[in-house]
Design a protein around this ligand. Structure first.
Ligand code: NDP
Length: 373
């Protein structure tokens, strides 16, 4: 386990020199606020799905203070062996997709972090809940709002917590813009623009397989613009319109969206204009406009460092490893009932899927769809 000093050393030199005041006021992660070495409770986590993102989370969790990687669930025996060696994971904490229900008998695991293809999240989270363990699942939480509701119900019934891996909800630049908006520094906010996209490679990957991904760019990357519109504007939309463009039907088959533009309307009268794409590069920008000022994050959702500016100048915040902070904060939510500034619970995850359901419906019908989140 690392010390506060090790953690702080990870901040960039320039960022570390800056005041933490505004960030602390917004929501400093527990690890940044503590002045003493941490000796409180630790969330013992098993990761399910040892792929690209699971590997990143595992690595980052090595620097978390309140969360510790203690187990794995995988369909690939060779990966299990590698991870056992790398992270010192005992045999008794290793499972596959057939036998992981047995985790209910394992008192050394508190929570399972599901980091598998989108279509698997629902059933896997329900099995985790039935095994009596807290569930963290990656975005998108499920393939649609109905799946999310099933997951919420299962976790409620089992009396376990359900969180969605929205790492940006704990990210300092993001939280600083949210603080500015809340403190009225931008005046009345009335416009958000969210651009989320990249050119996806290998056509055979699961992200381009409707069965496993549940859709295309919207499920994977467009969800950042949806989610961002809500936390940046600080309200939930009441209508959506959407349009799809497909230039490569060979690569982006039926049900796998390539590029979608969509617009959201909010109760205050604010509007959002967003773009989700698997075929346009360098799309990672949030822009929030108010009567008194603007804030821009670009990049806004990558692994960092994020970069931001307002009408008054550059935004300066500490640069952190998103997943390290996320796991510390999620441990505090699960173990200490901490309330995050921006929620990461199942209801929060389901809101984005309700919007995605409506986006697909709007594309199909050509109509504006009313939203009740
Ligand atoms: P990968 O393909 O890299 O890894 C997925 C892993 O899931 C596989 O390695 C495999 O692990 C397991 N798996 C189980 N069943 C299947 C199957 N049928 N096909 C393929 N893999 C399977 O995907 P990512 O790690 O990039 O994405 C996983 C999830 O994480 C997605 O929901 C994605 O949206 C989310 N994600 C979130 C990010 C964020 O910033 N919050 C960033 C990237 C991804 P094993 O061999 O161990 O069984």
């Amino acid at each position: 386990m690392q010390s506060r000093r090790d953690f702080l050393q990870k901040l960039t030199a320039s960022a570390a020199a800056l005041s933490f005041t505004s960030y602390a006021a917004a929501a400093a992660p527990s690890v940044l606020r503590e002045s003493q070495p941490y000796d409180g409770p630790v969330l013992r986590v098993a990761i399910m799905g040892l792929g690209g993102y699971g590997s990143r989370v595992a690595e980052a969790m090595q620097s978390s203070k309140m969360a510790k990687l203690v187990g794995v669930i995988s369909g690939t025996p060779s990966k299990i062996k590698d991870w056992q060696t790398k992270y010192n994971i005992p045999e008794k904490n290793c499972y596959n997709y057939d036998n992981f229900d047995q985790i209910k008998n394992n008192a050394d695991i508190d929570a399972v972090y599901v980091i598998t293809p989108n279509a698997l999240h629902r059933d896997q989270v329900i099995r985790v809940a039935k095994a009596g363990k807290h569930a963290i699942t990656e975005k998108p939480m499920g393939l649609n709002a109905k799946e999310c509701q099933d997951m919420i119900d299962a976790c409620k019934k089992a009396n376990v917590k359900l969180l969605v891996g929205y790492r940006l909800h704990f990210e300092p630049f993001t939280l600083e813009v949210v603080r500015m908006r809340k403190d009225g520094e931008l005046g009345k906010v009335n416009f958000f623009q969210g651009l989320s996209g990249f050119k996806i490679g290998d056509p055979s990957q699961w992200r381009l397989n409707k069965q496993l991904a549940g859709g295309g760019s919207m499920m994977d990357i467009g969800i950042y613009a949806i989610n961002g519109s809500r936390y940046m504007l600080g309200e939930d939309p009441i209508w959506v319109t959407a349009q799809e463009t497909k230039t490569d039907p060979q690569k982006f088959k039926e049900g796998v969206d390539e590029t979608i533009t969509f617009q959201l309307g909010f109760p205050s009268g604010a509007v959002a204009s967003c773009l989700s794409s698997y075929n346009i590069n360098f799309l990672d920008r949030f822009f929030l406009s108010g009567d008194k000022g603007f804030a821009e994050l670009s990049p806004a959702t990558g692994y960092g460092p994020l970069k931001g500016r307002t009408n008054k100048g550059e935004i300066n915040q500490p640069v952190v490893t998103h997943q390290t902070v996320q796991m510390d904060e999620m441990a505090a939510i699960i173990l200490q009932n901490k309330k995050p500034v921006i929620p990461v619970d199942g209801e929060e995850g389901m809101k984005d899927l309700k919007i995605i359901d409506a986006i697909y419906e709007s594309i199909k019908t050509g109509k504006q769809i009313a939203l009740k989140l």
